[in-house]
Design a binder for this molecule. Structure first.
Ligand code: ADP
Ligand code: MG
Length: 282
């Protein structure tokens, strides 16, 4: 890997010639940058003119640079250019998992297990460090290359560190409607369990192409989430084994303390043994 100094020195000149827009989320704009060493990185440019964005971006930088796990997108450094901060990360050339889902409508169960297992490894590591991601969704799961099923969790823009013996209560609704847990909507104290809810939503979504808690507008989605009722009526679930449904049922529990943790989920038979066609295929 090239050194920090080299990256900084060459950023300006190289940036202009080789940047390719990879995507823009709610806050950042992400470009592909190539340094003279020939290596590609992703550069997330964030406007930090407001104090809120300054704090948010500093938190993102501190959390993401403190992480070191093969299933998390690594961040190396940040620097300022005018009113913008630029965050330099590993470039994930396979794009978003979301795009794979949209292309294929839904993903076959065997592949879903491969993706879900990796996301779960990432969450186990994050949660062992008392960090909540707070925005687990397929747009923030990135694929290493177009022709493998290797993925990493990205976007620590709203991630939070929980302090020992302290409740984390946030007065802002972080996350994305449809994925967000009832306790986030209700401004209740948060635990790493809120990621496990979103992880359950992702699992349901990858298998069926549908969100478990949906509606035609924001307030319908919010009340569906608060009710916490969902079903497997969609025909996409006809050939999905009961182990998968048991896995989801154990994540989409309204009470955060009743949900599987990431460590428990990794031990679940669905992830360990794969789709079990013999296990009552209703
Ligand atoms: P936001 O906080 O605005 O959602 P993200 O970090 O999620 O910002 O980045 C927005 C989008 O840019 C992602 O959904 C993805 O499409 C693309 N992107 C982000 N980071 C990378 C990366 N390291 N490699 C490739 N594409 C990336
Ligand atoms: Mg994002």
């Amino acid at each position: 890997r090239c050194s920090r100094i080299l990256l900084m020195k060459n950023y300006k000149t190289i940036f202009k010639e080789t940047r390719v827009n990879l995507g823009g989320g709610a806050f950042g704009k992400v470009d592909l940058v190539r340094f003279i060493t020939g290596e590609n990185y992703a550069a997330k440019k964030i406007d930090i003119a407001s104090n809120i964005m300054k704090t948010r971006t500093m938190r993102e930088y501190h959390i993401q640079t403190s992480l070191d796990h093969p299933k998390l997108v690594r961040m190396y450094l940040s620097f300022c250019a005018n009113e913008n901060t630029i965050l330099i990360m590993d470039f994930m050339r396979g794009g978003e998992l979301f795009e794979r889902l949209v292309q294929d409508d839904h993903i076959n169960e065997t592949d879903v297990i491969v993706y879900v297992g990796q996301i779960c490894e990432a969450l186990r590591y994050l949660h062992s460090k008392n960090i909540i991601h707070m925005d687990i969704k397929p747009e923030n799961i990135l694929c290493e290359s177009p022709n493998t099923r290797l993925v990493k969790v990205a976007d620590f823009g709203v991630a939070h560190q929980i302090k020992d013996f302290e409740n984390l209560t946030l007065w802002t609704k972080y996350g994305t409607m449809g994925y967000v847990s009832p306790e986030v909507l209700n401004f209740e104290p948060l635990t790493t369990g809120c990621d496990m809810w979103s992880f359950g939503v992702i699992t349901y979504l990858l298998l069926s192409g549908m969100l478990p808690f949906n509606g035609s507008n924001m307030s319908e989605i919010i009340s569906a989430t608060r009710r916490g009722q969902f079903n497997y009526y969609d025909p996409a679930f006809n050939n999905i084994c009961d182990l998968a449904k048991d896995f989801i049922n154990n994540l989409l529990k309204p009470r955060p303390a009743s949900r599987m943790t990431a460590a428990m989920a990794l031990e679940h038979r669905w992830l360990k043994e794969g789709p079990s066609k013999g296990f009552g295929n209703s």
